[in-house]
Ligand binder design. Structure first.
Ligand code: GDP
Length: 314
């Protein structure tokens, strides 16, 4: 079993590499030279330097590695940043995914060996959905540049399937861990709360605290991607806990986990942190993943937040 991962330097890439190495796979991964060694990446992973936006080089590398499984996790992962750099986000999150699927199809045709492909898609493809919870039949209707690019890649997965690739789109809802960068609200909150508990900070500044998100545990979502890719039927899956909480709930949970009760005095709202558009309620129905893949989240919302606060307190 030989796997190829893009985005190994991110939270999910690191957990995925660990899981595949533990499974006994030969794991190859693409890294950008500018990024330096990927954090948390197991030493067994064979690293190749390159960039997903260089389509010809990417195709050559895929032919050299000749993987059985391709995991496309490379992305500009911040919705907030996508407003500042929409073109980059379209290139990395959209066009590169399409190029990689084309390369996987070409590889499969040239060797005659099947190649399986999983695309790390996102709840942001649904934009501001009018129904909750969302599932695989919810209309794709993105409302920010990040969602738009992820939607392009998501739709290309169906197209690649028609052309004969065993391709799967895993529509991932927010998923977190101590490896999440502080640009995401979860880790921003848990790291700041830990700093307040230690006496190193005295306020937590936030934007929209009324947004509802469906937050799960990142290693569970990586496991769902592996299961989805290896299932005999190639189809798309919503991966979510099915529970929605507000950013405010998250703040409360984090302070509680750090043993601070009078938390409201530490929180300040800053309108500069509000986004041009922001989905009000994202919550996913992962019924298909649960039934077809035997998948279920292993950590509750409170447990995810507590694990992150504990790691930040260490
Ligand atoms: P996203 O759902 O992929 O954009 O993940 P984020 O963790 O970046 O944002 C989750 C939600 O938290 C969004 O609705 C944000 O508007 C909201 N939010 C509120 N304050 C902040 C903040 O200070 N930073 C971030 N990143 N998000 C914030």
């Amino acid at each position: 079993m030989r796997a190829f991962i893009t985005g190994v330097g991110g939270q999910d890439g690191s957990y995925l590499a660990e899981q595949l190495i533990a499974d006994g796979a030969e794991v190859h991964a693409l890294v950008r030279s500018a990024d330096g060694p990927p954090p948390f990446c197991p030493p067994e992973v064979r690293l190749h330097t390159g960039d997903v936006t260089e389509h010809d080089a990417l195709r050559r590398l895929l032919f050299d590695v000749a993987p059985d499984e391709v995991y496309n996790l490379a992305a500009v992962s911040s919705v907030a940043r996508s407003w500042q750099e929409p073109e980059l986000v379209r290139n990395v999150n959209g066009d590169a995914a399409v190029a990689l699927m084309d390369a996987a199809l070409a590889l499969q045709e040239s060797t005659g060996s099947p190649v399986r492909f999983v695309q790390a898609s996102s709840a942001e493809i649904f934009g501001s959905p009018s129904t909750a919870p969302q599932d695989e039949s919810t209309p794709v209707s993105p409302t920010n540049p990040y969602g738009e690019a992820k939607a392009l890649a998501h739709l290309a997965v169906s197209q690649a399937r028609v052309r004969g690739l065993h391709a799967v789109s895993a529509i991932l809802y927010n998923h977190e861990s101590p490896r999440r960068p502080t640009t995401f609200v979860t880790r921003k909150i848990t790291s700041t709360v830990a700093a307040i508990a230690r006496g190193d900070a005295d306020e937590l500044v936030l934007g929209n605290v009324e947004a509802h998100r469906d937050w799960g545990w990142a290693p569970d979502y990586v496991d769902a991607m592996v299961r989805a890719l290896r299932h005999p039927v190639a189809q798309d899956y919503v991966v979510a806990t099915g529970e929605s909480h507000t950013v405010r709930d998250l703040v409360h949970e984090a302070f509680t986990a750090a043993g601070i009760d009078d938390w409201e005095r530490y929180v300040r709202l800053d309108p500069d942190l509000l986004r041009p558009t922001d989905a009000a309620v994202l919550v996913g129905d992962s019924g298909r993943a649960r039934e077809a893949l035997g998948w279920a989240p292993t950590k509750t919302f409170s447990a995810v937040v507590a694990a992150m606060v504990a790691a930040d307190l260490e």
